[in-house]
Each structure stands twice: as C-alpha cells, then as structure tokens.
Design a protein around this ligand. Structure first.
Ligand code: PXP
Length: 241
C-alpha cells in the first residue's frame, strides 16, 4: 500500500509572504505525522522561495518520521544536504522562473556529474530518489546510476484533460512502475495529486510512496478557514489577548 509523505513547502510559502515565523512548516509537519503521514518532504530551492536553510536541520530534528529533501543537482545544496543528512534526497530539475517543478529530470544528460553526486549520498547512507517522467530510457538510466528509487512525475497525468488522456498517461505510469520494479528500483510518485486523482496511482501495487503538497495545503485552508474566523470572533468578543 502506498504511503503518504506530506510536502510542507507551501506552509513556508505563506510564511515567506510576511517573512515572519508563522505559519511554521515544522508545526504543519507534526500535524501531518499525527494524521498518519509516514514522511515529510521539503524542497530547498536555490531561489529559497519557501523553505529556508535553517528550516532543513530544524525540521529534520523536530519530526518523528523520515525527512525527504527535494533538491537540484547543485553543489551549494548538495553541501547543505551532506551536513543535515536527511533520510532521503530526491533530485528534481529546477528553473528559477518556474512556478513549480516542471517535468522530470533528464538524467540521460550529465551522467558523470549525477553519478558522483548520487555516490556521495549513498556513501552517507542517504536514500537517493530521482524525480523523472515515466519514460523507459530515464528509468533504465536511473538504474544504471545506482539510484535507490525513482519518483514518477505524475504532473502530466494530473493535468490530463480528457478521459483518453488520463487513461494513456496512467498506462505510461503503470508501465514505468513495472519496469522500475523489474530493475529493483523502489517506486515513488508525485506532483499534482489530489483526492480525486490519487486513487489510480495508489492502486499501482509497486508504488510505495506518494509525495503530495499543494492539494493538502489548499484543502487545509478551506477546511480550517471557518474555525480560524470563529476563533478570531471569539477573541474580539471576549476582548482577551
Ligand atoms: N514531488 C516532487 C518531486 C515535487 O517537486 C513536488 C512539488 O514540490 C511534489 C512531489 C508535490 O507536488 P504537489 O505540491 O503538486 O502535490
């Protein structure tokens, strides 16, 4: 059964809008854990638009499950990750102007550099996952590079507009998951998943881990909004605080 790792980046996005200390991604991580998440995912982007350097050791220390650190294959971030030693790293492509991670890594390029970075993490006993599209060549290269896992990019599937597109993109993910399993790679999946589209991905028996952020944070705002307003009205009417 696929297990949920919750990505708390967008809690930090709201915090960074004011550059203060709340909402605190660690507090959200602890709530996610008590709700059943088996891991916490954060992405330390080179542009630091949400998670900040100091969040990484603080979240690693504060959580009770595993920390999955998403990161670009960038020397500066590699150095930070070596110091913090998360349980798992997931390499993702990063472009400064993108709104979110767009597409999987192309690991057919720059293999020597990628392998060196992967080996550096494996030497430190950190699990290495590669965020890639469900493409046969990419999956085979992930195996050649001795990654422990792949995270299949479900972005195209989640953006599919028609039933036919959904079916064909899902089929591609299923085929990718079979290949990864045959090659001995653990399979994770994520990007754009929500309560309406996660079921078909969770039904793929070899998918072990799902990384989900935006839809959970979005839903949390809507589920929690009326409580927050009521709490404020309570504070106004009682004039306490
Ligand atoms: N997996 C990876 C590799 C990602 O980059 C992201 C986005 O940070 C996610 C999963 C989570 O995607 P979403 O926020 O759309 O659930």
């Amino acid at each position: 059964m696929a297990k949920l790792c919750v990505n708390v980046d967008h809690v930090a996005t709201v915090r960074q809008a004011r550059m203060i200390t709340n909402p605190d991604p660690l507090e959200a991580a602890l709530l996610a854990e008590s709700a059943g998440a088996v891991g916490i995912t954060i992405h330390l982007r080179e542009d630091r638009r949400h998670i900040q350097d100091k969040d990484v050791p603080r979240i690693k220390k504060g959580i009770n499950t595993k920390l999955n650190l998403e990161m670009a294959l960038a020397n500066e971030i590699v150095e930070i990750a070596h110091k913090v030693k998360p349980h798992q790293v997931t390499f993702v492509p990063e472009k400064r102007r993108e709104i979110t991670t767009e597409g999987g890594l192309d690991i057919t390029k720059g293999r020597r550099k990628t392998k060196k970075i992967i080996d550096g993490f494996k030497d430190r006993k950190i699990v290495v996952s590669l965020f890639i599209d469900p493409d046969e060549d990419q999956i085979r290269v992930a195996h050649d590079l001795s990654a422990d896992a792949i995270e299949i990019n479900t972005g195209a599937y989640s953006e599919a507009g028609t039933k036919r597109e959904i079916k064909s993109r899902l089929r591609k993910i299923e085929k990718g998951a079979i290949l990864a399993n045959n090659l001995g790679l653990a399979t994770h999946a994520g990007h754009g998943l929500n309560v309406n589209n996660v079921g078909a991905i969770a039904a793929i028996s070899t998918v072990e881990e799902l990384n989900i952020g935006h839809s959970i944070v979005s839903r949390a705002i809507m589920i929690g909004f009326s409580s927050a307003v009521k709490e404020m009205i309570g504070a106004i009417t009682t004039r306490i605080g």
